[in-house]
Design a binder for this molecule. Structure first.
Ligand SMILES: [Ca+2]
Length: 246
């Protein structure tokens, strides 16, 4: 039953993210990159537009919609900010929703080549109530049409789990995981993260994607494989001062 449910959930997530049938992915290259230092952001060009959410929501988006029942939207809020007056808030809850999977995301696309060196930013967790085992915060880089990856027809993905879990939440063929933070979140503080994108792909997938068509970056709070008998999932997760570049 447990295995069957795991497959079901992996499949449903795959479907809502246009991915493919899950299969083993056992990479667990865990090099802590998380820092709490209050560093200044890099001075090179930031490829994220509106990276501090001070200019509204755009061009950030989510995949929430009637056809994507597992996806939930983000809010732009002035309740917390690492920089300026606003940030993106993922108000995660299992209340009133289907039990198994729910993904709260704030997302950006870009098409620049070559693949940028890094992503940096800050996240903040408040009101964390662990209702299920696979409840976590992550950043996913999904590269579309990468010709030197095993399956160019589906997105090649690398997920950096910032906090919440310390092993892959499910098996999926086109996503590999790197764990960069504690299983138990640091609460009520902005936590800096720095994710070496090119190095991560080289280590986890054996090469930097090149050439490719486009890249989608997901900042997510989510839970997977929640059982109907599990407890209430809750967390407020903020992201701010995001940077993508070299
Ligand atoms: Ca801000």
């Amino acid at each position: 039953m447990k295995i069957a449910l795991a497959v079901l959930c992996a499949l449903t997530v795959a479907a809502c993210q246009s991915e493919s049938t899950p299969a083993p992915a056992k990479d667990k290259a865990a090099t802590p990159e998380q820092q709490s230092a209050d560093d200044e952001p890099a001075t090179s060009q930031n490829l994220f537009q509106n990276p501090s959410f001070e200019a509204g929501r755009e061009p950030w988006f989510s995949l929430a919609g009637p056809q994507n029942q597992f996806w939930a939207d983000f809010e732009r809020t002035d309740a917390r900010a690492k920089k300026g007056k606003h940030s993106a808030l993922l108000r995660m809850t299992s209340e009133g929703h289907l039990p198994q999977v729910r993904v709260y995301g704030v997302i950006a696309d870009y098409e620049r080549h070559p693949l940028p060196t890094k992503i940096t930013g800050y996240y903040r967790v408040e009101n964390w109530q662990r209702g299920t085992e696979r409840q976590y915060v992550q950043v996913v880089v999904a590269v579309n049409g990468a010709q030197n990856m095993p399956e160019p027809g589906i997105p090649t993905q690398l997920a950096w789990v910032l906090t919440g879990i310390d092993e892959p939440p499910f098996e999926i063929r086109n996503r590999r995981f790197i764990f960069v933070g504690p299983k138990q979140p640091t609460l009520d503080e902005w936590v800096r993260f720095e994710l070496p994108v090119r190095e991560g792909f080289e280590r986890s997938w054996g090469a930097v994607p090149d050439p490719y068509e486009s890249v989608r970056v997901f900042f997510e709070a989510r839970y997977d494989e929640r059982e109907p008998t599990d407890g209430l999932v809750q967390a407020d997760v903020y992201f701010d001062e995001l940077f993508l570049g070299d």
